[in-house]
Design a protein around this ligand. Structure first.
Ligand SMILES: [Cu+2]
Length: 478
């Protein structure tokens, strides 16, 4: 399959193809790795009372990974090794932690999923990770149990593997997009999960933020080509992003370069990232990052031009360097069918019971609202693995059909590999690589990948409450 795969339908992104010019420059040659560089990283998971600007004067018991900052942003050169020391100082008995490096195609034993690939790291214990990311781009990291609460309290960080620029942009900013489940009057966290939310679209946070601020103004050099790394780490919310008041192009999806296309609207589910380049406004002018998913559209951040103009002339953003993910050859692909659906129990979820209890050290749930291929997980002890969803052959190429018969969106995340997203029966897809694929209600997406990374790998919805009430499983590559 080549070019844009259009299978009809009138989904949101259908408009993208008509209104998204492809800019003139094709991708650069893949980045060359540096050698002999090791980046140390100390992470200490702990409760740290914090007064983020979006907390309206309140100090909340956040769970974070560093004494220095609530949001560690790790930048490392491509080819370097990351050497991590994790210490668990979380305040609750049995509350284990491990770090999953979202989107990084790393060796299986570094993937950070408790019970599946490593023992849980209990309070008071330490654990070490060491790996060399094989891709440039924008990634993040987080724990992988009790995820709705851990993400809800802020237990995450950003990992940027540099070296993908063909020429330097005029700025490089991380925009971390997320809500907070807080009662602004009482200054307390609300319950991180509810039955009603878990069985439907998820439990939303009433306070929305960018980099911990409600509606921040981000200064950029005026009239420059500025890189913005947009990362949705919300446990629940899907964003429909666009830029008002400036030209903007998408240059990477989930860290992997695409030839620049104009940003019109892009749906960014939990755990998904896009890198965009905008031509920033002239000195004193502002553009807006907007979420069009709600009515009226909500400005999320103002982007203000400051200083003498950096550039003149038309907007034709420099592309990134091509990624390193192997290109699947569909002529040799084996089929793999995945169906993400509600279980019969989902109907009871509309009853808004009191908050679900804490999941406990085995990440157990009391509810089976969601399934993959008609099986829900976890419904039993995580220390005893169920059967895998599939046993794939190492080195083979798979054509994956991802079906969503349900009425809700599901951002499906695959560990260990990066999918090439090819086509949909609801929208026009610009083919791109992704580690998290947003399935619209009743949508079927075609994707493909080369199963070249041996091990046991999770595949799950990244709406944390869907994951924790069944929409989670694993596959093996042997
Ligand atoms: Cu889901």
């Amino acid at each position: 399959m080549t070019g844009t795969a259009a299978l009809g339908g009138a989904g949101l992104l259908a408009a993208l193809a008509g209104r998204a010019p492809v800019y003139g420059q094709s991708l650069g040659a893949p980045a060359e790795p540096v050698t002999g560089v090791t980046i140390p990283l100390d992470l200490v998971a702990a409760e740290r009372p914090t007064a983020l600007p979006c907390f309206a004067g309140h100090t909340l018991p956040m769970w974070t990974l560093s004494d220095e900052t609530w949001l560690p942003i790790v930048r490392m050169p491509f080819g370097a090794a990351l050497e991590v020391s994790l210490e668990n100082r979380l305040p609750r008995e049995g509350e284990h932690a491990s770090i999953h490096w979202h989107g990084i195609r790393l060796p299986n034993d570094q993937d950070g999923v408790p019970y599946l690939v490593q023992p849980p790291v209990l309070p008071g214990d330490r654990y070490a990770y060491r790996f060399t990311p094989p891709d440039t781009g924008t990634f993040f990291f987080h724990t992988h149990c009790n995820t709705a609460e851990h993400l809800g309290r802020g237990l995450h960080g950003v990992l940027i593997v540099e070296g993908d620029e063909t020429e330097p942009y005029d700025a490089d900013e991380v925009l971390l997009l997320r809500d907070w489940r807080i009662d602004a009057a009482l200054g307390q966290f609300l319950a991180f999960t509810t039955n009603r939310g878990a069985g439907r679209a998820g439990t939303y946070g009433p306070v929305r933020s960018v980099n911990g601020i409600v509606g921040p103004t981000i200064d950029l050099p005026a009239s420059g080509d500025c890189r913005l790394r947009l990362i949705n780490v919300d446990p629940t919310r899907i964003l429909t992003l666009g830029i008002e008041g400036a030209d903007a192009a998408i240059v990477a999806v989930d860290g992997v370069a695409i030839a620049p296309i104009a940003l019109f609207r892009w749906e960014l589910g939990p755990a998904m990232r896009i890198d965009i380049v905008i031509r920033s406004p002239a000195d004193g002018g502002t553009a807006q990052l907007v979420d069009y998913r709600i009515d009226p559209p909500l400005p999320l951040a103002a982007l203000r031009g400051v200083g003498a103009p950096v550039r003149t002339g038309g907007f034709d953003p420099a592309p990134l360097r091509a990624g390193h993910v192997p290109e699947p050859d569909l002529s040799k692909a084996l089929p793999w069918e995945l169906r993400f659906d509600a279980s019969g129990d989902a109907d009871i979820a509309v009853v808004d019971d009191p908050a679900l209890p804490y999941l406990g050290p085995l990440c157990l749930t009391l509810n089976d609202f969601w399934t993959i291929n008609e099986a829900g997980w976890p419904s039993a002890d995580h220390a005893r693995l169920p059967a895998p969803l599939a046993e794939l052959t190492r080195g083979a190429t798979y054509a994956v059909t991802l079906r969503n018969p349900s009425r809700f969106h599901h951002p499906i995340h695959i560990h260990g590999h990066t999918l090439k997203v090819l086509a949909s029966d609801k929208q026009t897809i610009v083919p791109h690589f992704a580690d998290t694929v947003l399935l619209l209600p009743e949508e079927t997406i075609q994707a493909a990948f080369v199963a070249d990374n041996p091990g046991k790998w999770m595949i799950h919805c990244h709406v944390a409450e869907h994951q924790e009430t069944g929409m989670m499983g694993y596959y093996t590559v042997g």
